[in-house]
Design a protein. Structure first.
Length: 69
């Protein structure tokens, strides 16, 4: 996947999250806690409590928002 660097921003959630959250849960965090639009094409990063896993929420405009982790 190609991202134009001038257009994509990376948002990092400042608190640890439960790594078992689905993309719906991460979508809600991005929308309600971060006050950002998860359908904007930007990347939203979430780190678990032990800081050994990262989940990235993104939307590539081909369906519902997805997770990479």
């Amino acid at each position: 996947m190609f991202f134009a660097e001038a257009r994509v921003r990376v948002f990092i959630y400042g608190q640890p999250v439960d790594a078992r959250k689905s993309y719906d849960g991460l979508y809600a965090l991005a929308r309600n806690e971060m006050k950002q639009d998860p359908l904007s094409g930007h990347l939203f990063c979430f780190i678990n409590r032990r800081a050994n896993q990262v989940k990235v929420l993104y939307w590539d405009r081909s369906g519902p928002p997805g997770c990479s982790g």
